[in-house]
Design a protein around this ligand. Sequence first.
Ligand SMILES: Nc1ncnc2c1ncn2[C@@H]1O[C@H](COP(=O)(O)OP(=O)(O)OP(=O)(O)O)[C@@H](O)[C@H]1O
Ligand code: SF4
Ligand SMILES: [Mg+2]
Length: 351
Amino acid sequence: MPEANQLEIRNLSVAFADTDRDVVCLDAIDLTLHSGEILGLVGESGCGKSTLCRAILRSLRAPAYIASGRMMWKGQDLFELDEAALNRVRWREIALVVQSSLDALNPVMRIERQLVDAMRVHMRWTRAQELARCHELLEWVGLPRRILQSFPFEMSGGMRQRVVIAMALALEPQLLIMDEPTTALDVVTQAEILGRIRELQKEQNFSVILVTHDLPLALDFCHSIAVMYAGRIVEKAASRVLVHNPRHPYTEGLLQAFPRADERHAPHRGVPGDPACLTSLPGGCPFHPRCTSATGLCAKITPDLIVCDEHALACHHPRGVVPPHQDMRASKGAIPIRDRVQHRALQGVRL
Ligand SMILES: Nc1ncnc2c1ncn2[C@@H]1O[C@H](COP(=O)(O)OP(=O)(O)OP(=O)(O)O)[C@@H](O)[C@H]1O
Ligand code: SF4
Ligand SMILES: [Mg+2]
């Protein structure tokens, strides 16, 4: 179970240098991750999830730059580390499975070489130790040893994704960041891979940040959820709390956008309007043009993220407590990972 604070992000802002003016992409992000916590990061496309993942490892690409903030990793300030010290943290302590990581494998290199290369950057192992580690990693992610001699094009997408996750786990990181690791995969493979990661996480107690568009999946897989909108975290709470009591209207809309087992023929509600455009954000709360609860205050003042009883929220007019009968889990709509296969099939939802 989650323990002490491991990663603390305070007031982190990231901008993109543009010809006319710089565009703020992450705005005053405050986030705490505990040791052993599995955190889901959700939000519409373009809200800044991948940028946040890269910012944590200080691996943003120009024209992106960190405009302000502080990030503490196990008590050390990540912004004060020189490149050598930062490289020791990367992979060894914090590993990132980047979005579209399937494309990250070298197509003309056998899997064994790619796994071993990932280890050699940080470890001086004998050949026998490297091979033993490769075998262990493959076992962890459920792949046969023979694939060590395969090229990526000889494997299915699910097998390649397992290899990428094995590479990330090679040095037993304390934090595994996975940016949409299973989005491109069928729901059966997705369930298998995430189920395996959950088992490993229980065994080794590393922390996980899982980026996904799939809120039901995140609620099932993660201890806690951070919801992002237009470069800001608008709500963060334990999954079991959020599913009972989404207090931000955007979170509520996201939850309503997914089918529930007890509403098979009901039209799906969701979030009205279009996702925010970072280059032309409205004043006040960036969500106000789409929010059915917006008032004049919302159009003028941007709400701060305020933490109360471990529930962080940025909204002037938060929702009240949602009755238990609307709870997706209570109504069997939360869709535990294994049941999702059947659920999706029943709903006829294309993934
Ligand atoms: N290198 C870049 N230069 C300029 N703008 C960028 C760059 N990378 C990302 N952006 C912008 O930053 C915003 C956030 O992008 P990001 O990739 O973090 O979103 P995301 O939440 O991960 O989206 P998705 O769910 O589609 O992966 C987007 O508006 C995107 O256009
Ligand atoms: S601050 Fe206002 S506009 Fe923003 S989410 Fe809350 S109620 Fe809606
Ligand atoms: Mg992304």
